[in-house]
Design a protein around this ligand. Structure first.
Ligand SMILES: *Cc1c(COP(=O)(O)O)cnc(C)c1O
Length: 356
């Protein structure tokens, strides 16, 4: 595998990060880009270059048959001034799982890691320093050969782009109202629900829009076969705290295996909680609520880390939680994880990877 070519050698001397950052709107100066060509024997020309628009044919395969996958992770300015990424090895592993499922070429994990590190290094002035801010890292891959037949592409681009982001909840950690849908499903086992592929999100938009029209921020998805078991929320995995057990739906092929989810399970185990990965029916949650055995519900994901629920609507039933303040366990986990991410406490799990 060839070495990374640095087409632009200079880091920016001065960077002006907008004061009000809207998620995913602001991009840094550089990207990493690598090309895949079957006829050239695979991946070639890995380079770091200035961000520019990509030109492609209207026949580019991704536009028709959707071979597109992505990842999402963050880099944080540490208390000691260094910059570190949170569990990038897990994102690399997950991207390759998605690639395999969509017949896309896998990436060399070492080169992927080097690309992440070198790109963040070049654009390190873009890592915000204010509390709660971070640098969001978005790797993506798509097929671009111009061909209208249905088959896996022969040409792919792998790109990593960077975007400085502000705190997910600018006014503080605020619980969100969520609506359960049994009108639509997100994904089925044996399908691509456990891949971060573009089409999954296109398929979820209508349910999301209808929930928003009713005043709910996101949808809680149920299983595709019976619409009975809880799966996940929008772009977050879900945890339910019952009186004597914390439960998260077990990975069944249709749920995205979140890295925040994995981290929360580990922390809860170490804190001595009875944490189980199992099927959990929406009826079980409603019943526990009615009996007073339901403590709190929260979502987990890279963007918000932890998102507490203020309200859960399921047909005519509405479960109410504290509307103004996040649940106790959610707050505790949020503090623990962000303290590790910003280097405010020892990284006993070795989750942080310093770029310098
Ligand atoms: C990315 C994502 C998550 C959360 O995964 P993290 O690795 O924790 O960010 C959960 N569900 C879906 C559908 C996702 O796309």
């Amino acid at each position: 595998m060839s070495e990374i070519i640095f087409e632009t050698l200079e880091t920016d001397t001065e960077v002006k990060i907008p004061e009000k950052l809207i998620f995913g709107r602001t991009f840094t100066t550089h990207i990493f880009e690598m090309d895949y060509d079957v006829s050239l024997g695979g991946w070639n020309s890995p380079k770091i270059k200035k961000l520019e628009s990509q030109h492609m044919s209207p026949a580019a395969m991704v536009l028709h048959y959707g071979q597109a996958i992505f990842e999402g992770l963050k880099a944080f300015k540490q208390a000691d001034g260094k910059i570190a990424m949170f569990r990038p090895d897990k994102n690399i592993e997950r991207m390759n799982n998605s690639a395999r499922r969509l017949c896309m070429p896998e990436l060399d994990p070492d080169l992927f890691m080097e690309a992440l590190t070198e790109l963040v290094k070049i654009d390190k002035k873009w890592v915000p320093t204010e509390p709660g801010y971070s640098l969001y890292i978005r790797p993506l891959m798509y097929a671009y050969d111009p061909f209208l037949g249905v088959r896996p592409g022969n040409n792919y681009k792998f790109i990593i782009m960077l975007s400085p982001v502000g705190p997910y909840y600018p006014e503080g950690f605020k619980p969100v109202p969520i609506m359960v849908t049994d009108k639509y499903v997100r994904a089925t086992a044996k399908g691509v629900g456990d891949c971060k592929c573009a089409g999954n999100y296109a398929a979820s938009l209508l349910a999301q829009r209808e929930a928003q029209q009713q005043g709910y921020t996101q949808v809680l998805w149920l299983d595709a076969i019976e619409q009975k078991y809880i799966e996940e929320v929008g772009t977050m995995n879900i945890f339910i705290q019952f009186k004597d057990e914390v439960v998260t739906p077990k990975l069944n092929g249709s749920i995205l295996p979140g890295i925040t989810r994995l981290s929360v399970i580990q922390i809860l185990k170490d804190w001595g909680y009875n944490i189980t990965e199992r099927d959990v029916a929406i009826d079980e949650v409603v019943e526990a609520y009615e009996k007073g055995n339901l403590m709190e519900i929260f979502g987990t994901g890279t963007a918000a880390v932890i998102s507490s629920l203020s309200k859960l609507k399921y047909n005519d039933t509405i479960l109410m939680f504290n509307e103004n303040e996040a649940g106790e366990l959610g707050q505790k986990l949020y503090k623990e994880i962000t303290d590790i991410q910003y280097g405010k406490k020892p990284d006993s799990y070795k989750w942080m990877l310093s770029i310098e």
